[in-house]
Write a protein of this length. Structure first.
Length: 81
């Protein structure tokens, strides 16, 4: 994708994928970006079976650097540059 968009080859990659085993799901409906704090008693643990995100740091053949963030919860359109 990077080569197609820029015309330059990727020559170096650093990959990072944090592992999160358990998340805590609110027991009640919550408003996104609400300032209301969620108390521990209002949540239940949920075992995570998939990766949440991955981050790639890149260096191109012309010296340019780039970052790619892949996530199942990122906002935006699917496969949209």
């Amino acid at each position: 994708m990077i080569t197609w968009l820029t015309g330059h080859e990727v020559v170096e990659v650093i990959f990072y994928a944090p592992v999160i085993i358990t998340r805590y799901k609110p027991l009640h409906d919550m408003e996104t970006f609400s300032s209301k704090l969620v108390k521990a008693d209002d949540t239940q643990p949920v075992k995570i079976q998939t990766e949440d995100c991955a981050v790639l740091l890149l260096r191109l053949d012309n010296g340019a650097r780039g970052a790619v963030t892949l996530s199942q919860v990122s906002a935006g359109r699917k496969n949209y540059f």
